[in-house]
Design a protein around this ligand. Sequence first.
Ligand code: MTE
Ligand code: MO
Length: 202
Amino acid sequence: MYLKRPEQVKKAPHIQDVPPGQFVTEKFPIMTYGSTPNIDLANWTLKVFGSVENPIEFTWAQFLDLPWKMVEAPFHCVTQWSKLENTWEGVVFSDLISLVKPPKSARFVIVHCYGDYTTNIPIEALDDKLAILAHKHDGTVITPEHGWPIRLVVPERYGWKSAKWINAIEFVEEDKPGFWEIRGYHNNGDFWKEERFWPELS
Ligand SMILES: Nc1nc2c(c(=O)[nH]1)N[C@H]1C(S)=C(S)[C@@H](COP(=O)(O)O)O[C@H]1N2
Ligand SMILES: [Mo]
């Protein structure tokens, strides 16, 4: 399938800095709760809804028509591995925000996936020109296990917020904890502050 070249590359700051309690790996392990969903591009859609002026539902062809960019950013999993060097290609979340126009009151995003995984993210962590809806990792199309065709990558949070196989993005005014956030993972997940688990568990 024809894919555009990225028109812009943006690098995360401090790529070589290792957050507290993490160790560096060259590998990219697979961390999935449950199994890899079977997805067919012919009926794939990405719905953007909730508190936005312009709700949209993209088909795969429409999604490929959006501005295509590249981001370089580390990936930090709460189970303590960090893969520092990664390139991600796809649609930068800030560009999606400009399209759908959430009001100022929409401060959180709930991401929905094939297979019912969800995660909640404050909009600041998505509107940083680094968070990306990625179709390629390190130059090749993402494998099914890593989230094909589209996964979210949120470079400013632990990896569980980087939802794989996403199919809907919901803008909300009130925060709503997602799959792991109701099962003991920290609601915010900032790795510089080691926000790994619920404060009462650590
Ligand atoms: N849909 C979905 N997304 C998910 C997960 C999952 O189980 N289901 N696991 C999360 C966790 S805990 C991590 S660390 C990253 C890992 O991504 P990877 O498997 O590509 O390394 O995906 C996140 N996204
Ligand atoms: Mo994880």
